[in-house]
Write a protein that binds this ligand. Sequence first.
Ligand code: CA
Length: 424
Amino acid sequence: MQITANNPERKSWLTVDKDSDFPIQNIPFGVFLTKEFITTIGTRIGNYAIDLGALHQLGYFKGIPLTEDIFMQDTLNDFISDGRKTWRLVRNRIADIFDLNNTELQNNTKDKEVVIFNMEDVEMLLPISIGDYTDFFSSKEHATNTGTMFRDPENALLPNWLHVPVGYHGRSSSIVVSGTEIYRPKGQTIAPNATQPTFGPSKLVDFELEMAFITTDANHLGEPISIDQAEEYIFGMVLFNDWSARDIQKWEYVPLGPFLGKNFASTISPWIVTMDALEPFRVPSPKQEPTPLPYLQQKGNNSYDIHLQAAIKPENKKETIVSNSNFKYMYWTMVQQLAHHTVNGCNVLSGDMMGSGTISGPTPDSYGSMLELSWRGTKPVQLVEGGERKFINDNDEVIMRAFCKNENIRIGFGECVGKILPSK
Ligand code: CA
């Protein structure tokens, strides 16, 4: 089935700024609360939130096999379970409804009143109920930087890294939507040269510039997903700030890996941008040497050219952009991650989320965490209005942005924002 929604010539009768992340070619999916306290599934064009529950009730999705209440829910999980064919049909139909040449809704003032809201009048909610969250470690630059800092510059990558998309199981209960404030975590840490740990607020709160993909029900327990099939089961992507307390992490992680240094909060952007919308921005992933085992060998271009940005905004001050990275730097691709995740028969469900791992680029200004940007605190990052940061201070806001751009269109993710409050 053709993705007619992606036609770059298409224009909407809704006003869209030239630099908007949300032209009619994007059509992401999210969940929002209206002023009347109604929770609904929706999409966004320009600065308008569109109530898909209302559109469906009014009959605009006629002919598409959808249950009556599919959009009148507080998560996207059931819609995601409907599968790629349905996502595509719905996206194509939304593009048609809001196309400049279509007057059906455009000329229906009564319907427009219940379907279209200003973004300022809605509150974005977490778009999915995340059953399981897995975090990978798939940027070679990030793995090399951390290996250089904490182990041995000569052997920065551990022997498994070039063979296995390394990952761990995270915690989903503390994943929050953009805009949610985060309390500085407390925990056990150990001072350099000390023999006993102490307890208190983390001194080294950091961000991790990541993206995450959301899956649909993919496989039964015991049945792997082949790499050639993997794409079928990826619904879309969000921006992802995987907050980390480096001092807690450092003390606790041996031998079982990340725990309380990671699970106090992770922030995602509210709109899930579909893989269909990202289709025009496919690019090759980095060449893999040595060649991975056969179950990880991929065909075609499986990465995406997505510009990534992280900024720090101290209270009442201007923001400083501290990193410009790109999703295309990722060594292991999403299809490799999903094939690897299920190769042992592990089942993946609708609404599961897989983090990419911190995405660092090749240059120091493209590193995806303060740990790397300030090189463990040895090179503080200068702020535009004075002051510097080694890590994140109380009342600092971290703002992440992501977008794709070619000569025709810009498809973006909006912002993923979180503020660190003093410990409770
Ligand atoms: Ca992470």
